[in-house]
Unconditional design. Structure first.
Length: 157
């Protein structure tokens, strides 16, 4: 662990391990506070946030979320309810014109955001997207990616 990231040693294991995956992939963050790391424009993202706070939940299985990946994306207001029904980790910010996914790792965020796009465009219904997400998360180890896990399948809008 580098000197800049050594402060995450006091973070809970769940958050620390998730943050370390981002550090390993993108290097040291652009902003560091006691409770949060922020990368600006890493890879395909507008920003990534890793926090010491993690959220435990059970979809598609028990896990902890603490890494949020943000993209520019304008969600039509009529689609907000569908996104909320799809997955609580998908966060649409109408004012900022952003959507983020807060999951346990980057691949899960890619999958969630690709399915968000499918819901917004009508390519998948919520009833189709939820089991697709569950199957995709269970099928692959966290660091392995396929076309829905390793990149966004659309351009930010």
């Amino acid at each position: 662990m580098s000197a800049k990231s050594s402060h995450i040693e006091s973070w809970p294991t769940e958050s620390r391990e998730a943050a370390q995956l981002v550090i390993d992939r993108y290097g040291e963050p652009d902003e560091i506070t006691e409770y949060q790391l922020v990368w600006h424009r890493p890879g395909p993202w507008k920003r990534i946030l890793a926090t010491d706070v993690f959220f435990g939940h059970n979809f598609p299985g028990p896990h902890h979320d603490s890494v949020e990946s943000v993209i520019d994306y304008r969600v039509p207001p009529k689609k907000f309810s569908e996104l909320a029904a799809f997955h609580g980790c998908v966060i649409a910010d109408r004012t900022a014109g952003e959507v983020s996914a807060r999951c346990h790792d980057e691949q899960a965020n890619f999958l969630a955001l690709n399915l968000m796009h499918d819901i917004v465009t009508g390519a998948k219904s919520v009833d189709d997207a939820r089991p697709y997400y569950a199957k995709g998360i269970r099928r692959l180890p966290p660091q392995k990616a396929n076309s829905m896990h390793g990149r966004t399948a659309f351009r930010s809008r």
